[in-house]
Ligand binder design. Structure first.
Ligand SMILES: CNc1nc2cc3c(=O)[nH]c(N)nc3c(CCN)c2[nH]1
Ligand SMILES: [Zn+2]
Length: 378
């Protein structure tokens, strides 16, 4: 069922399937124009309209439901009007699953040499050609309407870590005003706009940010400003302060997270959606993810290891190739090597979220979490 909020049909409606006992963990289903998707879910990152080294067919095969693309990059190159002329991002990259675009709020501060932030927006220099650029809530929303993702994000400032209380306070209040401007600029029906909770690492600012954004009534909520170098216990503390204030019948998306241990903790607090470049990025330098931790398949130790990366893994790489073969490819700088480690790492995280969902539905999530954390060395 799709919930209705005000006069707009909420397309990322959230029907909660099961709530698990003591924890806030829940298994839900997310309704979008491109399908109904299961949560908890991991979203592979396809920053420039491609998940690096894998095809849409392979993504579908490994169970990807929603993938993420970045407005910042596509706005600078090839331009979001061009993508709109091509028929929108789904057509352009031949992906018929769900797409979520980030608003640029993070990339502006983490990529381009930042020029200046004002009430109006953020001026910066393009990391591609150094040209002076400007993003505001209105520009970021227009760009995302051009791209045509199923879920788009409000324009925000990801507060750096550490940050002074006063700066975090002023920035968070501005991000809330930017969320309201994002909402007013968002005129495309059939597309859900999520707000992004900020507040730095300050409990009171996190609560104010969450309450202010909830009163503006969005169909879903991102939790931003985390996984920016803070200690994990601080991230969990911010989740504990924030998640309970968000509506139970709306999706919660923890931005930029993360490793399996962070995922299982965040699901316990009630997070539904995740994205992270980690699995694809470490794959490209020859590191594979397993339930016991990382396996640097490039290491000499695996030169004559004819077993798969993980013999219990159902991915294309583990079903057909050995560690020795993948190590050989990586040492020889063969592109297929990167493809195999990427396929494995994405499959691992997609499968991990599926296993968490199953555990929640069978009301055994807390023991699943215990067993996983006991075996996984960070
Ligand atoms: C890797 N850590 C991380 N923290 C983030 C915070 C925000 C954040 O606070 N705002 C936005 N718009 N994006 C963020 C992202 C990008 C997610 N793909 C983050 N990534
Ligand atoms: Zn595998």
């Amino acid at each position: 069922t799709c919930a209705f909020a005000g006069q707009k049909k909420v397309l990322a409606a959230y029907e909660e399937a099961v709530k698990c006992g003591y924890s806030g963990a829940r298994a839900g289903r997310l309704h979008t124009p491109h399908g109904v998707f299961d949560t908890p879910m991991f979203m592979p990152v396809g920053t420039q309209a491609t998940v690096k080294a894998v095809s849409p067919r392979e993504l579908k095969e490994m169970g990807a439901q929603i993938i993420l693309s970045n407005t910042y990059h596509l706005y600078l190159r090839p331009g979001t009007e061009l993508v709109a002329e091509a028929g929108g991002l789904h057509r352009f990259m031949d992906w018929d699953g769900g797409i979520l675009t980030d608003s640029g709020g993070f990339q502006v501060f983490s990529l381009g040499p930042l020029r200046k932030i004002t009430e109006e927006g953020a001026a910066f220099r393009s990391h591609i050609d150094g040209s002076t650029q400007f993003l505001s809530p209105e520009i970021a929303i227009k760009a995302q309407m051009n791209l045509g993702a199923d879920i788009i994000m409000a324009f925000d400032e990801c507060i750096p870590y550490p940050a002074e209380y006063q700066y975090a306070k002023l920035s968070t209040e501005r991000t809330t005003r930017w969320a309201e401007r994002s909402q007013k600029a968002h005129t495309r029906s059939g597309q859900a706009l999520f707000a992004i909770v900020q507040g730095g690492m300050y409990q009171d600012l996190r609560r104010v940010s969450a309450n202010d954004l909830v009163s503006l009534d969005f169909p879903g909520y991102g939790i931003g400003g985390l996984s920016v170098g803070e200690p994990k216990p601080v991230m969990y503390e911010m989740l504990e302060q924030t998640v309970p204030l968000l509506p139970e019948n709306k999706p919660r998306y923890l931005m930029g997270v993360g490793t399996p241990d962070c995922l299982v903790e965040a699901v316990r607090y009630g997070i539904d959606m995740f994205d992270c470049v980690f699995p694809t990025r470490v794959a490209r330098n020859g590191t594979a993810m397993t339930k016991s931790g990382r396996l640097v398949v490039k290491n000499a130790a695996y030169a004559k290891d004819f077993l798969p990366i993980d013999e219990n893994c159902g991915c294309y790489a583990c079903q057909n190739f050995s560690r020795a073969y993948i190590r050989h490819l990586l040492k020889a700088d063969e592109i297929f090597g990167l493809r195999l480690t990427t396929i494995h790492n994405l499959y691992f995280l997609l499968d991990f979220t599926k296993k968490m969902r199953q555990a929640i539905l069978e009301d055994r999530f807390l023991s699943f979490r215990e067993e996983f954390l006991a075996q996984y060395c960070k």
